[in-house]
Write a protein that binds this ligand. Structure first.
Ligand SMILES: Cc1cc2nc3c(=O)[nH]c(=O)nc-3n(C[C@H](O)[C@H](O)[C@H](O)COP(=O)(O)OP(=O)(O)OC[C@H]3O[C@@H](n4cnc5c(N)ncnc54)[C@H](O)[C@@H]3O)c2cc1C
Length: 401
């Protein structure tokens, strides 16, 4: 697969990036009999698939809909998601014999290892004659207008093609090979870029808040986290640097610097009514003792210290009860920032969808140039949506490139 290739080889399609979207697109173009080359600078294909979902790859979501994606144009993703649905993904996995299971919120994971997913993509590519060149540094891309072609000038030679598919992903986790090359190419060819931001990323806390919460590191609990009008019912985790867990990763995609996120620490209980009831039954009991039956003890100790001097239930005034309810159902947390691209699962923003056809993923003003996957300004929620976008957009471009 990694054989030395000669200078100036012509292909029908060259795909830049051997990740989920790139390999999907290459396999589909290969099935149509196209001569396809995939070029990637990494030493291994699809590294992000390998580490995804804790090694089990959350490869799609049964409830995928356009509402699970962020983009300047909320409608753009609909066409691709309709043409290659979550059920098509499932059929593809089942055809290859990958066993799977469903977790909460319709998330589908491999029973075995994410390695099976990469093996499926590589075998399909190989079956359809796709040439994959890894550890191949790309110097630059030229457009040869006269021949309606692109040239990929790389350390392994110069390759030309009629269709160039950019599938180089987002900026998240540079250690795994992420670069801004796709964004740079978009600019080179005159496409607009939507500003990028780390997303699905833990929050950092600083100062007094960090000092007081860092002793809670390791505590995880079910919450509803909300930010900018969006809310997510998932687990939250206190870390040494701040807060994380699925609920926090989800709201991070909506968070703007300087704003406050709110956490409902008791999403299944009306704490005001509960305390009123308990006041009747066991008025002498300390608030802290009652709360420790509902929440982790260390969190309760911190919370009482910060917000409510410990009192017996019978001493709680109406105002106290309102304050308690406010602080437990909408605990305001103002992050100092996020952990950034170093640990972010995805990148918000990217190539402006206004410059692309939603049917083919081709640049409207540059015939033969396609963008697929995370490099495009389409970002999924946590839960298998980002891979579904990679499969769907890769599939669509693969039918036309
Ligand atoms: C830790 C982690 C866990 C995740 N878990 C899940 C999950 O369970 N479910 C889910 O749906 N999503 C998950 N995601 C998100 C998902 O991995 C991405 O959205 C998806 O991989 C994007 O696919 P892509 O093909 O567009 O880009 P990528 O998978 O990032 O592939 C891009 C490829 O381009 C190559 N490349 C980059 N720059 C260059 C260059 N200059 N020259 C040559 N090659 C280049 C890279 O080496 C890479 O192989 C996770 C992400 C992370 C970081």
């Amino acid at each position: 697969m990694d054989a030395k290739i000669n200078d100036h080889i012509g292909y029908d399609v060259i795909v830049l990036g051997a990740g989920a979207a790139g390999l999907m697109c290459a396999a589909e173009a290969g099935k149509r009999g196209k001569r396809v080359l995939v070029v990637d600078h990494a030493e291994k294909a699809a590294k992000k698939i390998l580490i995804s979902g804790g090694g089990r790859c959350n490869f799609t979501n049964l409830y995928t809909s356009a509402d699970d994606f962020l983009s300047q144009n909320a409608h753009f993703c609909k066409s691709a998601l309709a043409r290659f649905t979550q059920y098509d993904t499932l059929a593809m996995f089942e055809d290859y014999g990958i066993a799977w299971h469903e977790r909460e919120h319709g998330q589908l994971f491999c029973d075995g290892s994410a390695k099976q997913v990469v093996a499926m993509l590589l075998e399909t590519c190989s079956k359809h004659g796709v040439n994959i060149q890894l550890q191949c540094h790309i110097d630059r891309i030229d457009r040869v207008v006269k021949h309606e072609a692109f040239e990929v000038i790389s350390e392994k030679g110069v390759f030309s093609c009629a269709s160039l598919v950019v599938a180089t992903g987002g900026l998240s986790i540079p250690k795994m090979g992420a670069t801004g090359f796709g964004h740079q190419l978009a600019r080179q060819f005159g496409l607009n870029m939507i500003a990028t931001e780390a997303a699905l990323v833990p929050f950092r806390l600083t100062g007094k808040l960090h000092e007081s919460l860092k002793s809670l590191a390791g505590i995880s609990l079910p919450v509803i986290a909300s930010c900018a009008g969006k809310e997510f019912r998932e687990a939250m985790l206190f870390t040494h640097r701040g807060i994380s867990g699925p609920a926090i990763l989800q709201v991070s995609s909506y968070w703007q610097a300087g704003t406050t996120a709110h956490i409902n620490l008791l999403p299944d209980l009306d704490i005001r009514s509960y305390l009123l009831e308990q006041r009747q039954v066991r008025g002498k009991q300390q608030l802290r003792t009652v709360l420790a039956e509902l929440l982790p003890k260390r969190l309760v100790a911190h919370w009482c210290e910060a917000y409510m001097p410990d009192k017996a239930l019978q001493q709680l005034s109406e105002m106290d009860l309102n304050d308690i309810a406010q602080q437990l159902h909408a605990w305001p947390l103002k992050p100092a920032g996020t952990e950034g691209y170093r640990t972010a699962e995805v990148t918000l923003g990217g190539v402006d969808t206004a410059c692309l056809s939603s049917k083919t993923m081709q640049a409207r003003d540059v015939p033969g140039l396609y963008f697929v996957g995370e490099v495009v300004d389409v970002t999924g929620h946590l839960g298998g949506f980002n891979f579904q976008w990679a499969w769907a957009s890769g599939y669509c471009a693969g039918q036309f490139a």
